[in-house]
Design a protein around this ligand. Structure first.
Ligand code: DOR
Ligand code: ZN
Length: 352
């Protein structure tokens, strides 16, 4: 890593949590990620969800075709995942591992977020055999860590998930690789820092840069709404400290989640922030704000491959200190998507 005041060159980063969707939306967005990242873990919450290795293989081919059509020069590898259901068969996990293209199995508690209706209703009650095989073959479980209990306050759902699900899960399967996805709280950061065994967490750029005030800045702001929702400032501070720590357990996952403008600006707007366009600009701005650009490479490019057992990318990415004004909107399959923090100015720009 070279780190001068105005320029930063790091090993090419990866995005360990990404929504690419499908069809024309996929074609609109995939080039943004391929322009900045070497690889990305592709979320399986399509409709219908990607529940089998055969479906993951077919989805991977559609992603590669979209890349070839829109950004033929890009060198980008999609890392596929399966969507865990109450009915996932443990043989499916063995097939996934043998395929070499599936790198994780995603747990969506049923009802927790977008397209999670087919998710798991009772992890330890329904998925024990599958978890056993995942632990045995070294297949990571990627966790949307929020309870869905309507009596639990939306802002407390991650902390309660640790007690109700994460602790019993990891007691029962201590050698299972677990990624606590899109961590949003001080409770989560403390848990992941201190827990024993193979656990790590991804952190989004928006949870590092903004607190929950962004949702209500001068009015109701649907483009800042995601799940897990933005939290209090003290949680943001804890996430920043986790991201720049030397623990090696925290790495980059944008959770970039495109929704057309109209799907967010309605009486029941979708959750998801679009950050694929300017992901590294956002992360660099966040690390720079606390004077810790020295840790950006570990977070963005080194810790993730180490956890997933993959090589670090050989190419590099250079960022320059410069004003970057986030566009107001981008084309999305004949409609438009509003990128996170549109119209605001960031402090760093990825060099082509
Ligand atoms: O904000 C979110 N959007 N959180 C999720 O967990 C899912 C995602 C989506 O798919 O739109
Ligand atoms: Zn997500």
């Amino acid at each position: 890593m070279t780190n001068t005041v105005d320029q930063l060159t790091i090993q090419k980063p990866d995005d360990w949590h990404l929504h690419l969707r499908d069809g024309a939306v996929l074609e609109s967005v995939v080039g943004h990620t391929a322009a900045q990242f070497g690889r990305a873990i592709i979320m399986p919450n399509l409709t219908p969800p990607v529940t089998t290795t055969a479906l993951a293989q077919a989805y991977r081919e559609r992603i590669v075709a979209a890349l070839n059509k829109t950004t033929p020069d890009a060198k980008f590898e999609p890392l596929m995942t399966l969507y865990l259901t109450d009915n996932t068969d443990s043989d499916e996990i063995r097939r996934a591992k043998e395929s070499g293209i599936v790198h994780g199995v995603k747990l969506y508690p049923a009802g927790a977020t977008t397209n999670s209706d087919a998710g798991v209703t009772d992890l330890l009650g329904r998925c024990t055999k599958v978890l056993e095989v995942m632990q045995e073959v070294g297949m990571p479980l990627l966790v949307h860590g929020e309870v869905t209990d309507p009596s639990i306050d939306l802002f407390d759902r991650e902390a309660v998930f640790i007690d109700r699900v994460m602790l019993p899960l990891r007691r029962a399967f201590p050698a299972l690789k677990v990624v606590f996805e899109h961590l949003t709280t001080a409770d989560g950061a403390a848990y992941v820092s201190e827990a024993e065994g193979p656990i790590a967490a991804t952190i989004t750029a928006h949870h590092l840069l903004y607190n929950r005030n962004a949702l209500f800045q001068g009015g109701l702001r649907p483009h800042w709404y995601c799940l897990p929702v933005l939290k209090r400032e003290r949680h943001r501070q804890a996430l920043l400290q986790a991201a720049v720590s030397t623990s090696g357990r925290f790495f980059l996952g944008t959770d970039s989640a495109p929704h057309a403008r109209g799907r967010k600006e309605q009486d029941c707007g979708c959750a998801g922030c679009y950050t694929a366009l300017h992901a590294m600009e956002l992360y660099a701005t966040a690390f720079d704000q606390i004077g810790r650009l020295d840790q950006l490479e570990a977070f963005a490019s080194l810790n993730g491959p180490a956890f997933y057992g993959l090589p670090v990318n050989s190419a590099t990415l250079t960022l320059k200190r410069a004003e970057y004004v986030v566009p107001d909107q981008l084309p999305l399959a004949g409609e438009e998507v509003v990128p996170l923090a549109n119209g605001t100015t960031l402090g760093w720009v990825v060099q082509p």
